[in-house]
Write a protein that binds this ligand. Structure first.
Ligand code: SF4
Length: 374
């Protein structure tokens, strides 16, 4: 019998130590990080530091230049499609948390396909399938069947669902799903334990291993993220950098993205534990762009129109548009039970127009299934 392959696991340095490392950075460290062509984790720590705040315009200018050189003057556009609001987990910050008394809904395959048709008619070619984590209601068979139904209508299909096994990700890739987003929510283990009270998601280490699992299964793109407002955002940024650097070594063929969800109002009474301002969010985004020029950076409709428009060209590479966070909400505008409230309510045409107005091209299709190798 062949022994199972032992894969290396990601070991994150202590979160408090990351925070201390960042705060030890001085202005000279920031200037030295800015001057470099290739930046390491020490540079990232400097760029995330309070000392870097005074140089924020310079960070923005360099981030814009690096982004333009690597990606051109384009912003990709996508829409989320919420499939189910059922969830087995108790995450204190989330509207879908099992304790919240909201109307719950699981779309049938026909209903999900009908919602997707609406998005296709609106012009979207990239969709993100989203659901709470309730595998008994929505499992791999469902996602595989849905992908088969949608693959001819969309150039790219991504998922943000419960963590899966490597062979399950491989099945979904073969069915036409090419990207997986799985956010750690917070890299601070102590706070992670405080806000994830029950369900499989309460296992910090298990969650940390999912991105590499999806990459090993052959996914073309893997997305990371921290939910901003739970813990020290600077240390979350450095932890993301550590995770990214490790993943780049393990899965060099996989494209990596980072999302920047800031806590938004949701069902339940959870209030952000730390304030993360737009200025903070900008610094985090610029620092990660300068650390890893190849990184896809996603700014969703959680953020407001004014802020999203102002960030065009400075670092982000992908925006959502026309989003609804209620299952069935595209066809039924009365549907209730959203995961969180959104900040930018514009449709695809309006977001695309704003991108064009800032001298960039909105891109609906950046992938074609004919490129997909099995
Ligand atoms: S964050 Fe995800 S896993 Fe947690 S309650 Fe919400 S949908 Fe469920």
């Amino acid at each position: 019998m062949t022994a199972p392959i032992a894969h290396p696991t990601f070991k994150l340095p202590d979160f408090v130590a990351l925070s201390t490392r960042i705060r030890a950075s001085r202005r000279e460290d920031v200037e030295s990080a800015l001057a470099r062509e290739h930046r390491d984790l020490a540079d990232l720590a400097a760029l995330l530091s309070p000392a870097a705040e005074m140089l924020l315009p310079e960070l923005a200018r360099r981030s814009a230049a690096v982004t333009s050189r690597r990606f051109g003057r384009v912003i990709q556009l996508y829409a989320p499609l919420y499939l189910s609001s059922y969830c087995c987990n108790r995450c204190l910050y989330c509207g879908f948390s099992v304790d919240n008394e909201i109307p719950r809904r699981l779309l049938s395959l026909d209903e999900a396909a009908a919602e997707a048709k609406i998005l296709a008619r609106r012009g979207f070619e990239h969709i993100l399938l989203v659901s709470g984590e309730a595998p008994a209601k929505l499992g791999v068979d469902y996602l595989e069947e849905l992908a088969h139904r949608l693959r001819d209508d969309f150039a790219a299909i991504s998922i943000e669902v419960q963590p899966l096994q490597e062979e399950e990700y491989a099945r979904l890739f073969a069915a036409g799903i090419t990207a997986v987003a799985v956010y750690q929510e917070t890299y601070d283990r102590r706070i992670y334990d405080e806000v994830h009270l029950a369900g499989l998601k309460a296992d910090y280490d298990r969650r940390l291993e999912i991105p590499v699992r999806a990459a090993r299964a052959g996914m073309r793109e893997v997305g990371l993220g921290a939910l901003l407002g739970l813990a020290d955002w600077r240390a979350e940024g450095l932890a993301l950098g550590e995770h990214l650097a490790w993943l780049r070594k393990q899965a060099w063929r996989t494209a990596l993205t980072i999302s920047f969800p800031r806590l938004r109002p949701a069902s339940g009474s959870f209030k952000p534990r730390v304030e993360v301002t737009e200025k903070n969010l900008s610094q985090l985004l610029f620092a990660l762009r300068l650390f890893d020029p190849d990184l896809g950076l996603i700014l969703s409709t959680r953020e407001e129109q004014r802020y999203r428009d102002g960030m065009i060209g400075l670092g982000p590479t992908r925006y959502s548009a026309g989003s609804c966070t209620v299952p069935g909400g595209y066809g039924d505008t009365e549907a209730a039970g959203e995961q969180f409230a959104i900040g930018d309510h514009r449709d695809l045409a309006a977001v695309a127009a704003a991108i064009r107005a800032r001298g960039h091209d909105p891109v609906l299709k950046d992938w074609d299934r004919v490129f997909q190798q099995h």
